[in-house]
Design a protein around this ligand. Sequence first.
Ligand SMILES: Nc1ncnc2c1ncn2[C@@H]1O[C@H](COP(=O)(O)OP(=O)(O)O)[C@@H](O)[C@H]1O
Ligand SMILES: [Mg+2]
Length: 348
Amino acid sequence: MTTAAVTVKDKESAPSVLVDGKPLVETSMVDFVAAHPGLRYVFFGGKGGVGKTVMAGVNAVSLARSGKRVLLASTNPVHSLSGLLGQDVFGKQTAVKGVENLWALEIDTRDAIERSKREIRDKIAWFLKFAEISTKADEFVEAATTNPAFEESAMFENMVDLMFRDEFEVYVFDTAPTANARRLLGMSKVYGLWVEKMVKSREEAQTLREALSFTKKKEDDPLMEYLTSFRERIEHARTLLTDPEKTAFFFVTLPEALPIAVIRRFVAWFTDFGIPVGGVVVNMVIDPAEAEGAGDFVKNRVAMQADYLREIRDTFDGQVRAVLPLYDSDIRGVAGLERAAQRLFATS
Ligand SMILES: Nc1ncnc2c1ncn2[C@@H]1O[C@H](COP(=O)(O)OP(=O)(O)O)[C@@H](O)[C@H]1O
Ligand SMILES: [Mg+2]
């Protein structure tokens, strides 16, 4: 048989999608959330356009409805939360109208980047003075900050700041900083060692300076303070982001080749690095029953989706948490999110 038989049951409540007679979702989103009462950091990753923003919104609404104090935050420079919620949430935490316990925020990327640049400029300027090098800090700052990796890590820092501020019970992040999380966590051991070495040699340098100094006055060392606090921050972030009780990265896909390939890679990376993978969400599935009587175009799409649904089941066996149908229009506003939440979070 080349075409998988897909059936969708109980369309308006908890849908169960059967692929070749076997349920695609074994442990659902509801079950997963129930089994992780300490869940605090929820991320959605995947290819562009697959529905990450929508899924983040749906989950944030559901968690807020369950009584948790939730922040839905976007670290993506191309924001879409304001559009999704129909309300301006740019640059400051804003209570979402119509949902108690829910706040939303689009981080002001430009501001975050400028702030990081200022910090780096201060550090470099201090260091040049310390080392008695008469070069302007600006040249170094430009070299260090004019690249996309810098912007990415400035955004990551911002996300970590939000987490550390600890004002909410649950943080739902629209768009997983996938590359960054992976880089940070994969590198954290190396970083740790590196920072430790730096700290040690700074300590030695300082002791020497003090020994040589006539005044014997203990000097402040901002670079040392920076290195020490940087090491602490990395370690703290790593601890939170690798805790399977607190953190879950979900990956959104469509029943199509490319989005599946993208999340297959992500899931493998994350699993390798010990970053908790919450599971896979399949979006925009056309219900075969809806396609009955439709033309060849729709029928062919349904057949194609059926094959990819089988591939999804085989690849992410036991990790698929939810399936959302393709609606006849965009998912927008709190009402749209509530409707989708019913499908994703209804208990069966
Ligand atoms: N199941 C769905 N049915 C219909 N439209 C959807 C569905 N999921 C998402 N959309 C729409 O698809 C577009 C892309 O979704 P979005 O969440 O912005 O994707 P991403 O954040 O991954 O780029 C949006 O216009 C959204 O309303
Ligand atoms: Mg998005």
